[in-house]
Design a protein around this ligand. Structure first.
Ligand code: AMP
Length: 222
């Protein structure tokens, strides 16, 4: 049985970077609700047209839309085989209750805690490469010079939108942490990423060992 993981944290807390590393080391299938929604917007689908303005304002998309998008991926064979890394979902108690009702059980919910000042700085310096989908940070992960001219700023990475997203995050956090209280792994996301990730990886290895999930799992593989 593979691991099923929820990654939860405020905007700019490093969920994207942690996701990349967890996928690399644990083979999990990444499901980012934000990426799924932005792809709908890019493709000008009916859902995308409904969501573009809501995302740009930093508000939450209606639960039923996000639940349908994410559950479609959760149902796929690759997730059943490799396990899911849910990034940015569930974000409301209703979303958590609904996926629980549909029988999706998770092993761990990583909660990244990062100071407010740092979060704002990280969001304002985030840049997206529309060609490769890679996310850079002008301060901590600068882009190579050849892609600089095509980089974009996310519509919700402004000071005002960031503040709105922080408000929503703290409105929802207690209810979600309480719902998943038996599987919470709270991690200090303030230090440099290598230390943050070391802490997460150490805990995941212990979890895997404790659950004896992977019969042929070799710790030396990592
Ligand atoms: P993110 O990429 O996780 O920062 O999400 C960007 C935006 O997508 C959010 O500000 C919301 O507008 C929307 N969004 C992402 N995940 C969810 C979710 N689980 N529920 C509702 N809206 C979401």
């Amino acid at each position: 049985m593979p691991l099923n993981v929820i990654l939860f944290g405020p905007p700019g807390s490093g969920k994207g970077t942690v996701s990349e590393k967890l996928i690399r080391d644990f083979g999990l299938h990444h499901i980012s609700a934000g990426d799924l929604l932005r792809a709908e917007v890019e493709r000008h689908t009916a859902v995308g047209r409904q969501c573009a303005a809501i995302i740009a304002e930093g508000n939450l998309i209606p639960d039923s839309i996000v639940i349908d998008l994410v559950c479609k991926v959760l149902e796929s064979p690759v997730v059943k085989e490799r396990g899911a890394l849910l990034d940015g979902f569930p974000r409301t108690l209703q979303q958590a209750q609904e996926i629980h009702r549909r029988g999706y059980i998770f092993d761990v919910m990583v909660v990244l805690d990062v100071d407010g000042e740092k979060l704002l700085r990280r969001c304002l310096s985030r840049r997206l490469d529309p060609v490769t989908g890679k996310v850079y940070n002008l301060l901590s992960n600068p882009p190579p010079p050849e892609v600089v001219d095509r980089l974009q700023i996310r519509s919700d990475d402004t000071r005002a939108k960031h503040n709105r997203r922080m408000e929503i995050y703290y409105e929802q956090k207690n209810a979600l942490v309480s719902f998943y209280r038996n599987i919470i792994l709270e991690v200090d996301g303030n230090p440099p990423m290598k230390y943050v990730y070391y802490e997460i990886k150490r805990n995941f290895l212990e979890l895997i060992r404790a659950k004896n999930k992977y019969k042929n799992f070799q710790i030396s593989n990592l």
